[in-house]
Structure formats: C-alpha cells, structure tokens
Design a protein around this ligand. Structure first.
Ligand SMILES: [Zn+2]
Length: 271
C-alpha cells in the first residue's frame, strides 16, 4: 500500500515530466475509482498547463494554471506509469503532453481523483481536519506535547491519527517509535519530554530515508515501462518479529496487534 514516501516519490517523479507542460489529451477508461471521476475532469484538464505538483498527507496534487488542482490518492494499489509500452487493463486515467504519456493504473480501485479549486484546498473536507505535515515545520515537540496531553490512547494509535500528524502510516510509526526508543503501547499522555524530543527527528529521519531509497528508482522513470510508486526498503523493526533487535541489546522483536493492525517493537530498548 503506497505510504507517504511512495506518494512523495511519485509526485517528484511526475513533476520532472509534467511541470510546465500542457496537457493535450485526457482519457477516462471507466467512470469511477473508489468514487466517480469528477464530471468536468476531462474538460478542465484538457489544454491546461501543469504549474506545479505537491503532496499533502498521502494525496498527490497536480496544480493547473486554471485555478484548479487535480488531487489523486493511490489507494491500495495505485501507481502512475510514464510512457507505458503497452496499455494495461487497469489504466483508468490517461494524460498526454506533447512529449509523454501518463497512465494512472489502479487494479483494486481504492484510489481516487478529485478536482478542487486551488484557492479552497484547505477547505476540502479530506484536508480540513488534517494535522501538520510530518516533513513540514508544523510537526514540533510543542505540537505533539499539546496534541497528546492527557491522552490515554497508545502513542502508536495517536501517531496514526491523521488529525495529530498527517500521512503517517503503520510502517513509519513502528520505525519511528523504535528509533526514538518509545514503547508503542505507552499511553500517549505519558510519553516524556525527552522521548518527544527524540520522536520528532525520528519521524523525519525514517520518512526521509525511505524517500531517498525511492529516489534511486527515479533513474528508471524515463524507461518505457517506467513505473512510479513502489520500492523496497529495509526496516529496523517492521516485519522483523523473532529477530534480534538491531541495537544488539539482547532484545527480540515482538509483534502485537493494536487497533486491528500489527505493531513490531523491541521489549528491551523501547520504554
Ligand atoms: Zn532493542
């Protein structure tokens, strides 16, 4: 499932080929993904120039010169293909510029495409309640201290709450908590100041490391079958149950369930 680093990598990859380019053709191969494509999508996008691309939480934003922004979410299985050699059954949306073709492929169709007035993006319901970006200035020790104050819910589940931090997924929360030495089950309100001071840079570091890994696939973007969005990462704790902690502290990584999802942690160094 594409997480924030994959979306960021996808946005950067698309930006290289789309920024400043005029969209000459838009084709919809079906009426909907998770929800219907906007009725005016083809009309608004055809002939528009892409000014910039950006990301908010796990959404990619394609800003057009017509005061509109196309917002895409990759859902469970979505990815963009650049200059695909052969069409795929699940290429649901096609964009063309003078130089390149782009296909949004989404076999499971949990993704979405929306069109929102650029000036009103912050009011878009999916964005209105989002917390700060983990890679932006809004994520600070002070913000977390205030947001977690008195909370009895576990720190793991609080960090997955998009109202507290936007766009953090299961993998990166597990990794950041290991890096910061915080037990995932600890009540969020009981996480200490020094722990929060380690947590903020830990979140930034795990995301940036993953984006850097993804960056290595940027080289392939120009390849005819170039696919954006997925890359393998090596994790310190995620998926490593039964294996020794990478801190060599004698701990063996444990796997538990929290909120219906798996959590991995080291019982020795995460307190
Ligand atoms: Zn450990």
């Amino acid at each position: 499932m594409p997480e924030l680093p994959e979306v960021e990598t996808t946005v950067r990859g698309l930006a290289k080929f789309l920024e400043g380019e005029r969209i000459t053709r838009v084709v919809l191969n079906r009426a909907d993904l998770r929800r219907p494509f906007p009725a005016d999508l083809v009309q608004v996008m055809t002939g528009a120039t892409v000014s910039t691309l950006s990301r908010r939480a796990k959404y990619g934003l394609m800003h057009l010169d017509r005061g509109a922004t196309m917002i895409f979410h990759l859902g469970m299985s979505g990815r963009w293909r650049i200059d695909p050699e052969t069409p795929e059954t699940h290429d649901h949306l096609l964009l063309e510029t003078a130089h390149h073709r782009f296909a949004l492929c989404d076999p499971r169709r949990f993704g979405s495409v929306d069109l929102v007035a650029t000036g009103a993006l912050n009011l878009w319901p999916q964005f209105a309640a989002l917390g700060p970006e983990p890679l932006g200035p809004g994520l600070s020790v002070g913000h977390l201290k205030a947001a977690l104050k008195g909370k009895t819910q576990s720190i793991k589940l609080c960090l997955l709450d998009q109202r507290i931090v936007a766009g953090l997924g299961n993998i990166y929360v597990c990794e950041a908590l290991w890096r910061a030495g915080i037990r995932p089950t600890k009540p969020a309100g009981k996480v200490t100041g020094p722990q929060l001071a380690r947590l903020v840079p830990a979140i930034v570091a795990v995301l940036e490391a993953s984006i850097r890994d993804g960056g290595s696939t940027l080289r392939d973007y120009a390849a005819p079958s170039g696919e954006l969005g997925y890359f393998a990462s090596s994790f310190d704790v995620y998926g490593r149950d039964g294996q020794p902690c990478r801190r060599d502290d004698g701990g063996v990584i444990e796997r538990i369930a929290q909120g219906g999802r798996s959590t991995w942690f080291c019982p020795v160094c995460q307190k």
